[in-house]
Every structure is written in structure tokens, then in C-alpha cells.
Design a protein around this ligand. Structure first.
Ligand SMILES: *[C@@H]1O[C@H](CO)[C@@H](O)[C@H](O)[C@H]1NC(C)=O
Ligand SMILES: *[C@@H]1O[C@H](CO)[C@@H](O)[C@H](O)[C@H]1NC(C)=O
Ligand SMILES: *[C@@H]1O[C@H](CO)[C@@H](O)[C@H](O)[C@H]1NC(C)=O
Ligand SMILES: [Mg+2]
Length: 259
């Protein structure tokens, strides 16, 4: 018995349907292990967690969730952090190119120091990338060595700002009394030279939040007549508050939160 054209087409489509269905099912089966394995689930959770941290939706967190140790390490040392940093600094560089400089010596820019100009990733490696709680004594001992390395894309921005005639202010929560000289030395040995001022935490700001301390200092700069065109930091508390600057640039930091 002969099939009509219509029946042949139906059979053909059914055959296609089943073969596709089978291959799709096979595809799903072969992915089952991956999609139910704990590292895959952790990876999806940790990506959401990091996004929450970077968008300032997750606040006042004290440690990185322990299941994210591997994720955060991968993020920081296997290239994605560097790519993110590159992209953000490219945005800052294009913004700098578009600024109509007044060139009266009052065009200012603010950069944070720790994990903005200088990297502490090497130190945080010993603290499980932030899965261990903040350890002020150990951090100070690390900072006292003056061995932090520059974050290259930030150094590129820094040099461009200096070349274009900006007054660059380095504003850090590091304590001036204990870490003043070593911070100056570390900045210089990493190529950060030619900035206008390094502004560090003094007794006056003891106990004040980073946002309050930094807002206060920025306000003082504006009162001196500086225009704060840009502000770069790895913490939201570097960028929030008053006199934040005409544009802010948030550098990723999934290792710690400074209120
Ligand atoms: C899935 O995992 C089980 C046990 O861990 C293993 O025996 C099996 O070969 C895995 N299947 C695939 C498709 O990877
Ligand atoms: C911003 O300025 C207002 C008014 O001077 C002040 O009350 C507030 O505390 C400041 N905010 C911060 C974070 O310093
Ligand atoms: C920069 O910010 C100041 C104060 O917020 C504002 O008056 C000024 O118009 C801004 N300039 C540009 C070019 O956005
Ligand atoms: Mg910082």
C-alpha cells in the first residue's frame, strides 16, 4: 500500500521529532551529573552572592561563605577579576578623555589605596580569600612589609590623570601613625608618584565609619575649591555619602566589606 505525500511528510516529521527528542534527552542525561553536583550548585550560588555584594544589595557581611572559597579564588586569580578591572578602568579612561578640564589646578580626582591602587590578594590568600574573619593585627603586619603590588589598570589610570594635569588625592582608611611611611614607600615602589596628597586616617576620625570619614575629607577638598571629577574605590563606603565626585567607579572586591 502506497503512502500519500501528506502521510510521508507526517512520518518524516515524527521521525525527526523522536530523533531530536532522544538526542535532547541524552543531552540532558549527560548533563545531569554536572547540574546536580555540589560544585555546580555552589558556583551558581556564589555568582549570585558576588553580584549581590558588588551591587551593594548584600551588606555588612563579615566573611565570604565557606562554599565560595573555590569560586572566589577562581574569580580572583584565573583572569575574570583582571578582565573586570580592565573594563571598569577603560570606562574611567574614556570619561577622563571627555572631561573639559578647567586647568586652573583645581581639577581633582580621588583614588582609594587598598585593593584599588595596591593589591592585597596575596595576603588574603592566607585568609582563605576572606572566608576567615578580618584579622586587624595580621593585616597590619602585612601592610608594614610594604610589599603590596600595583593593580596595573589602576596605575594606568593614575598615570593618565597625572599626565592630563589632574590633582590626584589618595584617600585611605589606613592609620597615619602606624602605616604612614610604609604606605608612602609602597606606593612609590609600585609607581604611584606625582600625586597631590596621601590622606590617611588620623585620631580625629577614630571610630568613624569609612563613609563618614571619607565624605568629610572630600568635603574639605571641595571647600578648598577642588572639583572632584572622579572617585575610584573597591568599597561602596569609598563612594557613598557626600561630595562623592561627578562619577564614581566601583572596583570589584569579593573578599571583605568595609562599612
Ligand atoms: C555520573 O556520576 C556517577 C557517579 O558519580 C558516575 O558513575 C557516572 O559515570 C556519571 N555519569 C556521567 C554521564 O558523567
Ligand atoms: C552628609 O552631609 C550631611 C549634612 O552635612 C550630614 O548630616 C551627613 O552625616 C553626611 N553624610 C556622611 C556619610 O558623612
Ligand atoms: C559635576 O558635579 C557638580 C556638583 O555635583 C555639578 O555642579 C557639575 O555641573 C558637574 N559637572 C559636570 C560636567 O557634570
Ligand atoms: Mg580599598
Amino acid at each position: 500500500m502506497a503512502h500519500g505525500v501528506g502521510e510521508t511528510l507526517v512520518l518524516f516529521l515524527l521521525a525527526v521529532y523522536f530523533s531530536k527528542g532522544m538526542s535532547i534527552r541524552h543531552h540532558h542525561e549527560s548533563n545531569d551529573n554536572e547540574s546536580t553536583s555540589s560544585s555546580f550548585i555552589d558556583g551558581r550560588f556564589c555568582l549570585s552572592w558576588r553580584l549581590g555584594v558588588e551591587t551593594n544589595n548584600v551588606l555588612l557581611w563579615r566573611t565570604v561563605p565557606t562554599q565560595c572559597l573555590q569560586y572566589v579564588e577562581d574569580y580572583l586569580i584565573h583572569g575574570q577579576y583582571d578582565r573586570d578591572l580592565e573594563l571598569i578602568m577603560e570606562q574611567a579612561l574614556s570619561y577622563v578623555d571627555a572631561i573639559p578640564l578647567v586647568a586652573d589646578g583645581m581639577d581633582g580626582w580621588i583614588l582609594d589605596v587598598d585593593d584599588t591602587c595596591l593589591s592585597n590578594i596575596y595576603y588574603y590568600k592566607s585568609k582563605k580569600y576572606g572566608c576567615d574573619p578580618y584579622d586587624p593585627l595580621a593585616f597590619r603586619a602585612w601592610a608594614m612589609k610594604g610589599g603590596c603590588t600595583a593593580l596595573p589598570p589602576v596605575l594606568t589610570l593614575f598615570n593618565k590623570l597625572i599626565d592630563k594635569g589632574f590633582k590626584v588625592f589618595l584617600l585611605t582608611g589606613r592609620d597615619e601613625g602606624t602605616l604612614g611611611q610604609v604606605t608612602i614607600d609602597n606606593l612609590h615602589n609600585q609607581g604611584f608618584t606625582g600625586y597631590e596628597r596621601l590622606m590617611m586616617r588620623t585620631m580625629v576620625y577614630k571610630g568613624k565609619s569609612a563613609a563618614t570619614y571619607k565624605s568629610d575629607i572630600r568635603k574639605q577638598l571641595e571647600d578648598e575649591g577642588y572639583r572632584i571629577w572622579g572617585n575610584v574605590g573597591d568599597q561602596w563606603s569609598d563612594l557613598q555619602g557626600n561630595s562623592s565626585g561627578n562619577r564614581t567607579f566601583k572596583i570589584p572586591n569579593p573578599m571583605y566589606f568595609v562599612p
